[in-house]
Write a protein that binds this ligand. Structure first.
Ligand code: ZN
Ligand code: ZN
Length: 214
């Protein structure tokens, strides 16, 4: 990977994803994909697919095993379920990203918080909303079976010595970003997490910016 210096004239796509919204887009091989935590303390739940064959997708277990580390940061190679490198994190001003905690859902909201939280917005529902609207997969529509273990960018989920997961206060801050370079054409599916019940978003979901440059 040859890290280039970012300049505005290299930008090919740029969009702000509002608090709680889904987003889906294709990043071409060789391009850089930057996620900016505009206001800080926002969790960005993300899935990656091989744009030509959606059955090849990001694999948390293969990524963790291959790098020998449960946290993601600069140098982490995001592996597919076929053990192909999909993207490499080339820059990271936050320093820690989770890939164990999973995406929030109506079910987890009910179990973790309260039965009345069932109707609240969740990442799983946002993923499905985005898949339903996307024309990129009309040849072979994607369904909930295509939702596998995701990355939670900017989310701080330390694993304690006794093996339990803590959903801790974020360590990100306004303007921090993570940037990766794609090794293949990747379809990116994001839920800008709408979670209001734990500190991953500071109990207040905020917008993020997506920048693709080459
Ligand atoms: Zn999340
Ligand atoms: Zn969520």
């Amino acid at each position: 990977m040859n890290k280039q210096f970012f300049t505005e004239n290299r930008v090919v796509y740029r969009a702000v994803v509002a608090a709680g919204d889904p987003w889906m887009y294709e990043v071409k091989a060789g391009q850089y994909f930057r996620i900016v935590d505009l206001e800080g303390n926002q969790a960005v739940d993300t899935l990656f697919y091989n744009a030509q064959d959606h059955s090849e997708r990001y694999s948390a277990t293969d990524t963790i095993r291959e790098q020998g580390n449960i946290y993601l940061t600069t140098g982490s190679v995001l592996q597919s379920n076929l053990i192909n490198p999909m993207l490499t994190i080339v820059d990271d001003t936050c320093g820690r990203h989770d890939t164990i905690g999973g995406a929030c859902s109506a079910e987890s909201n009910t179990v973790r918080y309260a039965i009345e939280k069932r109707s609240m917005h969740s990442c799983r529902d946002s993923f499905l909303t985005a898949l339903g609207k996307c024309s990129c997969n009309h040849d072979k529509p994607m369904t909930k079976a295509d939702l596998s273990s995701n990355i939670n960018f900017f989310m701080n989920v330390p694993v304690s010595p006794d093996g339990h997961l803590d959903f801790d206060d974020g360590i990100s801050a306004p303007g921090r970003y993570v940037e990766m370079q794609a090794h293949m054409d990747v379809l990116v599916l994001v839920s800008n997490c709408p979670q209001l019940n734990n500190p991953c978003n500071g109990y207040n979901p905020t917008p993020v910016e997506m920048i693709i440059w080459q």
